[in-house]
Design a protein around this ligand. Sequence first.
Ligand code: NAD
Length: 293
Amino acid sequence: MAFYIKRMTVIGLGLIGGSLARALRRKALVGEVVGVNRHRESLERAVALGVIDRFSTDPEDGVRDADLVVVATPVRAIVPTIARAAPGMMRGAVVTDAGSVKGRIVAACEAVMPQGVDFVGGHPIAGTEHSGVEASFATLFEGSRTILTPTEHTAKDALELVTLVWEATGSTVETMDPLHHDKVLAATSHLPHLMAYNIVKTLSDLENDVQSEVFRFAASGFRDFTRIASSDPTMWRDICLENREAILEMIGRFGQDLQTLRDLVHDGNGDALHQIFSQSRATRDRVLKIGKG
Ligand code: NAD
């Protein structure tokens, strides 16, 4: 089904918001794009880069007459920003977000929607370790998946529009309950990022403590960890604070498994270690198959 958005406002114009704006503009699916950010300088750069047509630093002013409002600020700023913008929203507008955590945010956003304005929670599973509008690009979402988290309050038309928007970027859309989303993402994204932050910290402390040369001999696997651990600190602080319970559960499970590995190494139990490593290899094959599917 075809769609056209006369005016779209993106609040929090960084990697994700900027890439969405670029993708829709490239396909001429949006008329005017208005950017809202706290800092004027990044908005001026966004105009110069052709990502937006004009901007405002005031969310209420920026969303006026917008058919679609996309909020792509760090997770903890989403609810307060939507609450500030709400009085300026046009009747019939659709509001969505791109936050990496959904449960509490979706409930709070639904609660502050003005009469006649619909909210649809969203999370594109795509990104890079870079941030800011300069890092945005039109093809970021091609081949990715986007999770939308409708609830019993979500209007069907609004869900349809947001689905079409993400599909137009080249993403495949799936729906999920908001709290279930948070559990799945805690396992597949949040825990791996925390592991990366932790391993980089451990080795960095080691290098300082014993003046060793760990980084000179770091293998490419470790470089991947440092890449992941260079992701935006504000974004990851917010994710940890907002998805606390699900992340704690995953850290608990991971800790138990690490303890098991520790015990097997301590006991010199080669058979058990070999079995665990073989299972992990089989899991890798399964992950690749699912990815291709
Ligand atoms: P980013 O840092 O590139 O962009 C966020 C922008 O929001 C910045 O320009 C910042 O100045 C602005 N901002 C911060 N507080 C604001 C406020 N109160 N009002 C207006 N603007 C504000 O971050 P990003 O990578 O584009 O992430 C944006 C959102 O998308 C986050 O909620 C994140 O969880 C989610 N997300 C990120 C990724 C990823 O890999 N980067 C992937 C999927 C979802």
